[in-house]
Design a protein around this ligand. Structure first.
Ligand code: SF4
Ligand code: SF4
Length: 412
């Protein structure tokens, strides 16, 4: 697609990157067919090709409007369109740039800005964990609209003390430990059985995705630099093999540190190394040589149970990691039921479910109908956002896949 950048964007890093992406798009529209918002809303401008066109117009000097911003806001950033695109258009990066330049031209209305600020500050705050505990203890008093965001309290179990020479860094994340504290501990227990100790670095926190996707890109970059500072001593000393991500929404962000900090002379090299060391938990577990024997011993410990698996968009499209958690579950003796439309987003998409509740709920219900079609005993996934969002619409237990494997191994 030919582009003619406005002078304002010529020679800028964002302008050059956006132009290179736009040039790859041949406007074929294949991506539109797999876009969840186009499927629901049927408007070309709520599909990837239409959004790409809107971003191109703004980069070429047309003034962005509130309507332009709404079409970009309604995008889930699920990146399903990237998986479908035959020309390799990097839509995720383009929409990031598009949102940034549109936000600079169209200031957010008061309530929208307030909501975004509260989400970014609140979910990142040290007060989030005690507030969640209070909400869980008084769930009966939580208003119906908020109850879905307050999962029932969960026993976390113990985290094994580091005892192996082989170590990996764990990103604890910002909300996961408060909402579902068993996930990171289950990951640590499973890897411990495989001869690897998971260790957390004091000082690390939110991966930066919250700020980045809520129009606070500079604050997001600060989150990333803080994490790199926290992880660097262990990385530089060669003490850790990898950075383990138990939430694919964080994984996709950390894998992007190298790109996002490429122009930062102090952090570029470190950020690239951090991104290169980042792995989703499923990639790490399935690569362990001791896994087949461990699972073989565990297979007899419990009758195989029927599971429906939801691959998060941040894993299957954002990180292009597919089939690994499913394989671990199958190797452990679980039956994975077929699920239609497995490529489509569940509607969680970080803060999207709060900012766009109608679309988010429609996508959740559509996803749950497919996941529950074969009457599974449990639903599994790999991202805290998807887990809590799906659980808010069903009585079927929704769990991280590693918790299910951990339970099985505990019975063996
Ligand atoms: S993004 Fe890819 S699939 Fe979509 S219109 Fe452009 S070239 Fe076609
Ligand atoms: S990221 Fe998802 S919602 Fe956004 S345009 Fe692409 S397919 Fe549609």
């Amino acid at each position: 697609m030919q582009t003619n950048l406005a002078d304002l964007y010529k020679g800028t890093r964002d302008g050059a990157e956006a132009e290179a992406i736009l040039r790859k798009c041949v406007h074929c529209g294949f991506c539109t067919a797999t876009c969840p918002t186009y499927q629901l809303l049927g408007d070309e401008l709520d599909g990837p090709r239409g959004r790409i066109y809107l971003i191109k117009q703004v980069l070429e000097g047309h003034a962005a409007t509130r309507k332009t911003q709404s079409h970009l806001d309604r995008c889930l950033t699920c990146r399903n369109c990237e998986s479908t695109c035959p020309s390799g258009v990097d839509y995720g990066r383009l929409v990031d740039i598009g949102r940034k330049i549109v936000a600079a031209q169209v200031p957010r209305a008061g309530t929208d800005r307030l909501k975004r600020t509260l989400l970014a500050r609140g979910l990142n705050s040290p007060l989030f964990a005690p507030a969640m505990k209070l909400g869980q203890a008084m769930r009966w008093a939580v208003p119906a609209g908020l109850k879905a965001k307050v999962p029932a309290p969960q026993a976390a179990g113990a985290r094994p003390a580091p005892r192996h020479a082989r170590r990996m860094l764990l990103l604890e994340g910002c909300v996961q430990n408060a909402m579902a504290p068993n996930i990171n501990n289950a990951a640590a227990r499973v890897l411990d059985r495989l001869g690897v100790s998971l260790v957390a670095a004091p000082g690390a926190g939110c991966c930066g995705a919250l700020n980045h996707h809520l129009d606070f890109q500079d604050a997001g970059l600060d989150n990333m630099r803080r994490n790199i500072d926290a992880w660097w001593p262990a990385i530089a000393a060669g003490e850790v093999e990898a950075l383990a991500m138990t939430a694919s929404g964080c994984g996709v962000m950390v894998r992007d540190y190298g790109h996002l900090l490429a122009a930062d002379a102090r952090y570029a090299e470190k950020a690239a190394r951090v991104s290169a060391m980042t792995r989703d938990l499923s990639e790490l577990v399935i690569a362990e040589p001791g896994l087949p024997a461990l699972l073989a011993r565990a297979r007899g410990a419990a009758a195989p149970r029927r599971i429906a698996y939801h691959p998060p968009c941040t894993l299957q499209h954002g990180q292009q990691v597919r089939g690994k958690a499913e394989q671990v579950l199958r190797d452990a003796g679980f039956e994975l039921v077929p699920v239609a439309e497995a490529h489509l987003c569940c509607g969680s998409a970080g803060a999207y479910s709060v900012l766009n509740p109608e679309i988010s709920t429609q996508l959740r219900d559509r996803k749950l109908a497919h996941l529950e079609a074969a009457a599974p005993e449990a639903i599994c996934s790999a991202n805290i956002g998807c887990l809590t969002h799906l659980q808010s619409g069903t009585a079927t237990p929704v769990r991280h896949w590693v918790e299910v494997i951990d339970d099985l191994l505990a019975q063996a």
